[in-house]
Design a protein. Structure first.
Length: 162
């Protein structure tokens, strides 16, 4: 068989078929018994299966391969394990408030702030409350909180500019 790294796949197949074909001048019985033989054309079998003329029901396939017994055994084991599992108690999630007064108190905007402080407060609040950083079921709530916080911070910046 050729060991050429740059050879193409067709060449490799030719080499394999050549190595697998029985040779008339070989007297060694091991060489002829290890030769690969193809008793039928695989492509014709695949075409026949895909033609729809051969039909195998799910029950016949399951009976042939013993799938039903395996599935029933797996389901019994699953039911036994599921009975052992105790779900954790449901905890009511405390959602953060969307009341503007409570958000303002959380932001601590009552004091006079420099613009740099307000920018830091905005980033800090966004880090903790941004919709991309919360669970999916809290996203709408987080969007509302961020909108209110941004509105309050913008208002504090406008007051500071006066």
């Amino acid at each position: 068989m050729a060991s050429d790294k740059d050879g193409d796949f067709a060449r490799l197949l030719d080499d394999l078929f050549e190595a697998a074909s029985p040779q008339s001048d070989t007297s060694d019985s091991d060489a002829s018994s290890s030769a690969v033989t193809v008793p039928f054309d695989y492509l014709s079998v695949v075409n026949e299966l895909h033609s729809g003329r051969i039909r195998v029901s799910a029950q016949e396939a399951a009976a042939e391969y013993g799938v039903n017994a395996q599935i029933n055994e797996i389901l019994r084991e699953f039911d036994a394990r599921r009975a052992e599992i105790v779900p954790p108690p449901l905890e009511l999630e405390q959602w953060p408030s969307i009341d503007p007064a409570e958000i303002a108190a959380e932001l601590d905007l009552g004091k006079w702030r420099r613009p740099e402080d307000l920018a830091r407060i905005r980033r800090s609040f966004a880090f903790d409350n941004h919709p991309d950083r919360v669970a999916a079921h809290l996203r709408d709530h987080a969007i509302t909180r961020m909108q209110i916080a941004n509105m309050l911070i913008d208002e504090a910046q406008r007051r500071h500019k006066r």
